[in-house]
Design a protein around this ligand. Structure first.
Ligand code: HEM
Length: 220
């Protein structure tokens, strides 16, 4: 484990670390862009499958959710291993998750609803799975909008409280995934189980921190 820690810490400290993370986040968008290009130019009409809108929604939705859950995985890993430099990419992953969520919602508005605002409103009000997606997206929008250094300074301690809403966004996105499935819900339930494990670890770490604080306060 010590050897692994040395290797990981060296990788995290390297100058290539941040660009590699950025490139990894960008890659799904580039691959998707390439498939869109092939489908729309006719170079490969089947690049997006028989239902391009569905393919775009599925891919961008999964990318947004994966990055969101990865963002939430950073703190538990850092706290359990001491790999503190990981924290520096948390914000980047969160903002990329929002970027994919924005692509997802844009595909829904442009290709699924053809810009019909009344139809979109009707969906948000009457289809619980879309309501959950909208809840998740609205929270991500606020969090991305307040992720700048200026916002952190301006909001002070309130910033941390506000950004705890990321857990609500993740729960809403997972419910959106489960409710959006037409038949087999096994896969979204696996994602839900992963989120539950993350919640449990976070609660465990918070309880441990509080116990230590109480102990420190009573120890002379
Ligand atoms: C206004 C907000 C949103 C709307 C209108 C929306 C709409 C949709 C639609 C129409 C689908 C396709 C369902 C189907 O027919 O199979 C979908 C799937 C999905 N969405 Fe959203 N969504 C929203 C927000 C989000 C957000 C914020 C996330 C993640 C952070 C997300 C993640 C997903 C996932 C994971 C799927 C399932 C993909 C799959 O089945 O492979 N959505 N969404």
């Amino acid at each position: 484990m010590r050897r692994l820690s040395v290797i990981v810490n060296a990788a995290l400290a390297s100058r290539a670390f941040y660009p590699v993370v950025w490139l990894a986040c960008l890659t799904p968008a580039l691959l998707l862009g390439w498939r869109v290009y092939e489908a729309f130019t006719g170079a490969d009409p089947s690049a997006l499958g028989v239902n391009p809108t569905e393919t775009l929604l599925h891919m961008t939705g999964r990318d947004a959710l994966s990055l969101l859950l990865l963002t939430l995985t950073i703190t538990p890993i850092r706290r359990l291993t001491g790999w503190n430099r990981l924290q520096s990419i948390r914000r980047t992953l969160g903002v990329w998750s929002f970027a994919y969520a924005l692509m997802h919602v844009t595909c829904y508005v442009v290709f699924d609803q053809l810009g019909d605002i009344a139809g979109i409103w009707d969906d948000v009000a009457n289809r619980p799975f879309i309501t959950m997606g909208m809840l998740a997206f609205s929270i991500l929008l606020v969090l991305a909008g307040t992720s700048t250094n200026a916002s952190i300074r301006w909001l002070g301690r309130r910033w941390q409280r506000l950004h705890r809403l990321v857990y609500v966004a993740a729960a809403a996105a997972v419910v959106h995934f489960v409710w959006g499935q037409k038949a087999d819900i096994r896969e979204p339930l696996e994602w839900a189980a992963y989120l539950a494990v993350l919640f449990a670890i976070r609660i465990g770490l918070a309880v441990r921190k509080r116990r230590r604080a109480v102990q420190a306060a009573v120890t002379p």
